[in-house]
Write a protein that binds this ligand. Structure first.
Ligand code: PHE
Length: 315
């Protein structure tokens, strides 16, 4: 019996043999039932044998259970020497990166950052900006209208009005934010971002405007100096209005922004006396500046949310 038990290699077989031996119809059970017919010596011997067998079963059971546990531990072991998953590093979106850069530069020039709502009322987006109802200049911007007459802000110029209304003059602020127009191609997205600057005081001139723009563009594009070309233009809220082109890679002229001296009507609309105060406003396309700086050619990629695009462009 001892050899039989030792030869068993798994718990199921051991249980089967145990039942065969000690179960209701087991061999030992049968012998124990005959105990009363045996003489005292034979009884003692049977008792010893019975106890010894049970002990053998118990020992073998413990051995097999331990072996099974060891096997399980080995199978489930974590190999701490395996290489870890490569670290995934995050990156700033080019618009976020340039937002930080632009903010740092304009704040160093003394501009304070302001914000405004993206759903605007007609007054702040158009009327106060000297663009009353039926003004033909409203057609320059393909506006998304809300059913209640509000609009999705078509220009950050609305931030100028809100800032003058709440802060009065003198004022030197900039706003960066999302703007919306019904247009879509490689260089236009229905949502894009503008940067708006406004500086009003008693002696602010076009020279101050051009100096700030020039210094801003040089710092943003990390150039010693930039060559600018100033062209007359039209915006209802500035007079005179200009467009500014920048020499790019030594041979191309790129239109980068609109600007001008704030129209007296706009100042009056904000309760400011245009005979005492005057100043300038400028507006850039934030997306366009970022595309130029990082050499990107499709504005829509900014909004695809494709992490591979961010990585492939080295951000
Ligand atoms: N708001 C103008 C636009 O969206 C840009 C601009 C801003 C022009 C400020 C002049 C002054 O086209």
């Amino acid at each position: 019996m001892e050899q039989k038990i030792r030869a068993i290699n798994n718990l199921d077989d051991l249980t089967a043999l145990y039942t065969e031996t000690f179960g209701k119809n087991g061999t030992m059970t049968a012998r124990l039932k005959q105990m009363k017919d045996l003489d005292p010596d034979a009884r003692a011997a049977l008792n010893t044998e019975n106890a010894a067998w049970r002990e053998l079963f118990k020992t073998r059971q413990t051995e097999l259970e331990t072996a099974a546990l060891m096997e399980k531990l080995a199978a489930e072991r974590v190999d701490v020497t395996l290489d870890a998953e490569p670290e995934q590093r995050g990156a700033l979106h080019p618009l976020t990166q340039s937002l930080h850069d632009i903010t740092t530069i304009l704040e160093s020039f003394g501009y304070t950052r302001k914000t405004g709502p993206e759903i605007e009322d007609d007054w702040h987006n158009f009327t106060a900006l000297n663009t009353p109802a039926h003004h033909p200049a409203r057609d320059m911007q393909d506006t998304f209208f809300m059913t209640n007459g509000n609009v999705m802000r078509t220009q950050t110029s609305a931030i100028q009005i809100r800032s003058m209304e709440s802060g009065g003059v003198p004022i030197k602020i900039f706003g960066i934010g999302a703007t919306y127009r019904k247009e879509m191609d490689a260089t236009h997205s229905p949502m894009f971002h503008q940067i708006e600057g406004l500086y009003i005081d008693k002696n602010v001139t076009m020279r101050d405007l051009i100096a700030d723009i020039r210094a801003f563009l040089a710092r943003f594009f990390e150039m010693d100096d930039v060559e600018l070309r100033i062209r007359p233009s039209y915006f209802p809220f500035t007079e005179p209005s200009i467009e500014i082109d920048m020499k790019w890679h030594g041979d191309k002229w790129l239109e980068v922004m609109g600007a001008g001296m704030v129209h007296p009507n706009v100042l009056r609309n904000c309760g400011i006396d245009p005979d005492v105060y005057q100043g300038f406003a400028f507006g850039f396309g934030h997306d366009r500046l970022a595309m130029l700086k990082y050499g990107l050619d499709d504005i829509r990629k900014f909004y695809d949310g494709d992490v591979r695009w961010i990585r492939n462009n080295g951000f």
